[in-house]
Design a protein around this ligand. Structure first.
Ligand code: ADP
Ligand code: MG
Length: 815
C-alpha cells in the first residue's frame, strides 16, 4: 500500500490506474481488509474513515486528496509497529568445537588391515561384554555398527535466552550464577539438593541437581559442589525445561562453568544433538556412545559409491562425513545433510534395482499386437456400443497402452485412477485390442464377486462383437472347467476372466497376449510368475483399487510405467459425506427410507460378519436381522459376506444388481469393483475401524450414476484420532489426496497392508517425509542406467545392488 501511495503522490494525485483497477479502489479495499485482531477500536474506526475518504477520492479536490494520502501513509507507518514488533533479543553465543575430525585420527586396531567388514573385536578398546551385547542386536562388524543409526536425538542445540524458554523443550542457555544453595532433604537424609539461581539479561531460572546417597549428604562433599559454582561465574546449561511450582526450572541439567564468555565448551553434550540409540538391556547410552567414539574413525574406509561429479551435482555430503555426522552431529544443519545423503543412497539402491528389473523384463520378447483394421476395429465397435463416450483422459491412457502393445517389448504398466474414474472400460478396450490382433486376453480379479461382475460386464458387450468370453473361478464345476481349459488351449476362448484359479498349473493358453490384473496389489509375485510361465511373455496391465501415494508407487511399483486417469466421467455429482455418532443412528434409518422411496438402493457396511465375543461391534448378521425383521419389513434386505458359499454370494449380488434387493448389508466383500449405479446411499457402521483408503473405496460404490448420492460414516471410535480421520473423508472426495493423508496417518506398512506390502525396509529413509529425496534418487537412477546400463563404472553400486537384490525384490510383487 505504501508503494501505491508513493506512486500516487509522485503522479500528482491523479488517481492512477494500476494493472487491474484504480488506485482509490485498491486502497479503499485494502484499508478495511487489514487483519485488525490486534488493533484498538479507535484505530479500526480511523482506518474505516480513511477508506471512506478513498471511496470519495474521485470527487474530492486535490488538496483533500493530498491530505488523505499523507494521513494514510502516517497511519500505515504507525500500524507497521503493531504488526512488526521489535525483534527479540538474539540467542547467546556458545563456542562449540566441531566434533572430532576423524580424517586425521589414528585408527586403533589390533590387526593391521582393518576394513568395514572386520569384526568389532578388531577395534581396540571395545570390551568383550559390549561386543556380546551388540551381537545380540545383530551388530557384528564395523559396518553393522555404522549403519546402526540413532532412532532420535535429544536436541540441546537450541540456544535460548531465559525469558523465551518454554516448558517441555530441551534447550541450552548461557547465564551467570547469582546464588547457590545446598541442603540435605529434611525428610530424607539420603537425598541432598544443590540449587543454582542463574540469570541472563532477560530473566532468571532455577537449576536443581539431586544427589542420592548418604555420602553426598556429607557437608564437605556439598561444600565442594558449591565451590564449583562460584557466584558471578558464567555457566552453559543444557537440559529439559520443566514447569515447577515456582515457574520454569531445569532439573538435573548438564552444567559447565566457562572461564569466560568466549571459552569453548568441553562437554560433549552441551549445545549438541545427542544421539539416542535403540538400546538393549545392559547396553547403556553412555556405553554405546563410547563405542561410536572408537568406531567412527573407520567411516574413513567407507568408499563413496558415487563419483564426485554426481555428489556435487546433487549437493550431497560425502558418505564418510555423513556417517560421522549422523552419529555425532555438529549441528542440526549437518545432521540434516547427513540424513539426506544416507536416505539418498538407500533410495538410489532401490530405484536402481527396480529399474534394472524393468530393463531385464523388457529384454524378453513379447508378442507385437498389431492394430488390424482401423475403421472397423473391435475397439471402435465397442465404443459405439457404449452409452457414453470415453473421456479425454481415458482416450489418452488407452493410447499409451496401445502403443505399448504394438511394441515387441513387453508392457509393464500400472493404471491408476480414482474410484469410479472408469478404469475398467479402458481395460476392456485394451483386451479387445489384443483379440483384434489375434491374441487372447486374461482379466484377473482378486475376489470371486469381482470376477463375476467383470464377466457379466463383458457379457454385455462381447457377444455382440463376436468375441468369446468365459469365466473360471474356484467354484466352476469340474466338467465345465475342463471344457473351458480345452477352449483356452485351442484358442476357442478369446478372453478369460477369473480369480486365482486362472493361473493354476493346469491352465494353458493358445496365444496369451495381454493380462489385465484388477486391484493388483492383492496378487503376489508367485502368482504373477505362474502366469508368466504360461508361454510367451505377455503384456501386463495392472490396475489399482484406489490411488497409491506417489512415494509408495515409486517404491513398490518403480519398475512399472504409470498411466493415470486424472478426470472423472462427466455428470457425476459429488458424493455428500457426513459423519454421525452412534447415538444419532436413527437418522440413518430415515435416510435409508428416503433413498429407497426414490427407487434407489442402499449399502450398509460393517466390519464384522458375526458377533465376536472379544469386540463389542455390531456385525453384518446382527444388522441384517435388525433391518429385515424389525425396521424395514416392507423392503428387501440382502446379506453378503465372505463366509457365504459363492453360490449364495452370487445370487445375493445378482438380486442387488437387478434391483430386487433394496438394502444390501455387507462386509467389505463389496469394497472393490462392485458397480451398481442405482445404489445411492452408502452407510458405513463402525467407520472408525476402517482405513481411510478403504473408506474411500467403499464410498466409491455409490455416486456411479447421475443421481445424487451420499455416504454416512457412523463413528463409534472413542478417541479424537478416529474422528479426525473421518473428518478428512467428509472434507475430501479426492482419492489422491486421501491416500496421501492415509500415508501420513498410518504409515506405509498399514496403507499397503502387510500381506501385500512388499515394501523394502529402509534403515533411515521414510516414505512419508523424504519424498523429495526419493524423486531425486529416482532421477539419478534413470540417469545412471541410461548412460551405463550394466553399471560398469559404478562398481560399488553394482556390488551393493547384488548384495541387496534379494532383500529388495525377494518379497516384492511387482507387475
Ligand atoms: P473404476 O474401476 O475406475 O473404479 P469403473 O470402470 O467401474 O471405475 O467405472 C465406474 C462407472 O462409470 C461405471 O458404471 C462405468 O460404466 C462408468 N463410466 C466409465 N467411463 C465412463 C465415461 N467416460 N462416461 C460415463 N460413464 C463412464
Ligand atoms: Mg474397478
Amino acid at each position: 500500500m505504501q508503494q501505491a501511495l508513493t506512486l500516487e503522490s509522485e503522479n500528482g494525485f491523479r488517481n492512477i490506474h494500476g494493472r487491474k483497477e484504480r488506485f482509490n479502489t485498491f486502497v479503499a479495499r485494502e484499508l478495511i481488509s487489514l487483519d485488525s485482531k490486534h488493533l484498538p477500536k479507535e484505530k479500526i474506526d480511523f482506518l474505516i474513515s480513511l477508506s471512506e475518504g478513498f471511496e470519495a477520492y474521485d470527487s474530492s479536490p486535490e488538496s483533500a486528496r493530498r491530505r488523505l494520502v499523507i494521513d494514510t501513509r502516517k497511519a500505515l507507518y504507525s500500524l507497521s509497529k503493531v504488526f512488526d514488533p521489535p525483534t527479540t533479543i538474539k540467542p547467546p553465543k556458545l563456542r562449540l568445537p566441531n566434533q572430532k575430525d576423524y580424517s586425521n585420527v589414528e585408527i586403533n586396531v589390533k590387526d593391521s588391515t582393518p576394513s568395514l567388514d572386520s569384526t568389532l573385536s578388531t577395534v581396540k578398546g571395545i570390551g568383550s561384554k559390549t561386543i556380546e551385547l551388540l551381537a545380540s542386536l545383530g551388530i557384528f562388524t564395523i559396518r553393522d555398527l555404522l549403519v546402526h543409526y540413532p532412532r532420535d536425538y535429544v536436541d540441546y542445540s537450541q540456544l535460548k535466552r531465559i525469558s523465551s524458554l518454554e516448558a517441555g523443550e530441551t534447550a541450552t542457555i548461557v547465564a551467570s550464577i547469582r546464588r547457590t544453595n545446598y541442603f540435605t532433604s529434611p525428610r530424607n537424609p539420603n537425598l541432598s539438593v544443590l540449587e543454582l539461581l542463574i540469570q541472563d539479561s532477560t530473566g532468571r531460572i532455577k537449576l536443581t541437581k539431586f544427589f542420592a546417597g548418604r555420602r553426598f549428604s556429607n557437608r564437605g562433599y556439598l561444600m565442594k559442589q558449591v565451590s564449583q559454582y562460584p557466584t558471578g561465574s558464567t555457566v552453559a546449561v543444557s537440559g529439559l525445561v520443566k514447569e515447577g511450582s515456582y515457574g520454569k526450572c531445569f532439573i538435573d541439567p548438564i552444567i559447565e562453568v566457562l572461564e569466560n564468555q568466549g571459552t569453548s565448551i568441553k562437554s560433549k553434550s552441551i549445545g549438541r544433538l545427542i544421539p539416542i540409540y535403540p538400546l538393549t538391556e545392559g547396553l547403556t547410552a553412555v556405553r554405546i556412545r563410547r563405542v561410536f567414539d572408537l568406531v567412527l574413525p573407520f567411516a574413513a574406509f567407507w568408499k563413496d559409491p558415487l563419483p564426485q561429479e554426481r555428489i556435487s551435482h546433487h549437493s550431497l555430503m560425502s558418505i564418510q562425513n555423513a556417517m560421522n555426522q549422523i552419529h555425532q552431529p555438529n549441528n542440526l544443519e549437518s545432521l540434516n545433510a547427513a540424513r539426506r545423503r544416507i536416505v539418498f543412497d538407500e533410495f538410489l539402491c532401490l530405484q536402481l534395482a527396480l529399474l534394472r528389473k524393468r530393463n531385464l523384463f523388457r529384454k524378453k520378447p513379447a508378442p507385437q499386437l498389431k492394430k488390424v483394421n482401423q475403421i472397423n476395429s473391435l475397439t471402435s465397435q465397442f465404443y459405439s456400443l457404449l452409452p457414453f463416450s470415453f473421456t479425454n483422459e481415458q482416450k489418452r491412457v488407452l493410447h499409451e497402452i496401445e502403443s505399448d502393445l504394438e511394441s515387441s517389448e513387453p508392457m509393464a504398466r500400472l493404471l491408476q485412477g480414482d474410484v469410479g474414474s472408469g478404469k475398467t472400460v479402458v481395460a476392456i478396450a485394451a483386451l479387445l485390442y489384443a483379440v483384434d490382433s489375434g491374441w487372447q486376453g486374461a482379466l484377473m480379479a482378486p475376489t470371486e464377486v469381482l470376477a463375476q461382475q467383470h464377466y457379466k460386464n463383458l457379457c454385455k458387450w462381447l457377444p455382440q462383437l463376436h468375441v468369446t468370453v468365459d469365466l473360471i473361478t474356484g467354484s466352476t464345476p469340474n466338467s465345465r472347467r475342463k471344457q473351458i481349459l480345452d477352449d483356452l488351449s485351442t484358442g476357442g476362448v478369446n478372453i478369460i476372466v477369473g480369480t486365482h484359479a486362472l493361473i493354476e498349473d493346469s491352465v494353458s493358453f493358445s496365444r496369451l497376449g495381454l493380462v489385465v490384473v484388477d486391484e493388483q496389489h492383492r496378487f503376489g509375485v508367485y502368482q504373477r510368475d505362474l502366469l508368466l510361465r504360461k508361454g510367451l511373455q505377455p503384456h501386463l496391465l495392472t490396475m489399482t483399487a484406489t490411488p497409491i501415494p506417489r512415494t509408495l508407487a515409486l517404491s513398490i511399483h518403480g519398475d512399472l510405467d504409470v498411466s493415470q486417469i486424472n478426470e472423472m466421467p462427466p455428470g457425476r455429482e459429488k458424493i455428500k459425506t457426513s459423519m454421525l455418532q452412534f447415538s444419532q443412528r436413527n437418522k440413518v434409518f430415515d435416510l435409508i427410507r428416503a433413498h429407497i422411496k426414490k427407487r434407489h438402493q442402499v449399502y450398509f457396511v460393517l466390519p464384522l460378519v458375526e458377533e465376536s465375543e472379544k469386540i463389542e461391534l455390531r456385525s453384518a448378521v446382527d444388522v441384517y436381522h435388525e433391518l429385515s425383521n424389525d425396521l424395514f419389513q416392507e423392503f428387501n434386505v440382502g446379506l453378503l459376506h465372505g463366509r457365504m458359499s459363492s453360490l449364495d454370494k452370487n445370487s445375493t449380488i445378482n438380486s442387488f444388481v437387478s434391483g430386487e434387493v433394496d438394502i444390501l448389508v455387507s462386509t467389505t466383500v463389496i469394497e472393490v469393483g462392485v458397480d451398481v449405479p442405482n445404489a445411492t446411499l452408502m452407510v458405513i457402521d463402525h467407520a472408525d475401524r476402517f482405513g481411510l483408503a478403504q473408506l474411500h473405496q467403499l464410498r466409491g460404490r455409490v455416486g456411479r450414476g447421475a443421481s445424487f448420492s451420499e455416504c454416512i460414516l457412523i463413528d463409534s471410535g472413542k478417541n479424537s484420532d478416529s474422528r479426525k480421520k473421518l473428518e478428512y473423508l467428509v472434507g475430501s472426495t479426492d482419492g489422491f489426496e486421501i491416500s496421501e493423508i492415509d500415508l501420513r496417518m498410518r504409515g506405509p506398512g498399514q496403507v499397503l497392508g502387510t500381506r501385500q506390502s512388499g515394501l523394502p525396509d529402509f534403515a533411515l529413509a521414510n516414505l512419508v517425509n523424504d519424498s523429495h529425496v526419493l524423486e531425486l534418487a529416482r532421477k539419478e537412477a534413470l540417469y545412471i542406467l541410461n548412460s551405463d546400463p550394466e553399471l560398469n563404472s559404478y562398481k560399488l553400486l553394482k556390488d551393493n545392488l547384488d548384495l541387496h537384490w534379494k532383500r529388495f525384490l525377494g518379497n516384492s510383487q511387482l507387475n
